[in-house]
Design a protein. Structure first.
Length: 75
């Protein structure tokens, strides 16, 4: 399976934490993973399509920044 990813960059948030972002998209065929069940509909066609769209929106925060923020909040 191949996902096509785009790095969105990194920046500081309003709390001075360094964040980075990534978006990834791809499509798989569910039957390639052994998911073969389906049901015919009265109006024609089937209940479940074969293609599954996968979309990931990821935002990460630098660990050191999280630890510093937690320490300052408990002090």
């Amino acid at each position: 399976m191949t996902l096509y990813a785009e790095y969105s960059g990194q920046n500081k948030d309003p709390y001075n934490n360094l964040r980075a972002g990534l978006n990834a998209k791809g499509t798989i065929n569910r039957k390639d993973w052994g998911l073969n069940w389906n049901m015919a509909l009265e109006a024609g066609g089937v209940l479940v399509g074969d293609k599954i769209k996968i979309e990931i929106d990821l935002s990460v925060i630098e660990k050191a920044a999280v630890e510093e923020t937690a320490a300052s909040q408990t002090a």
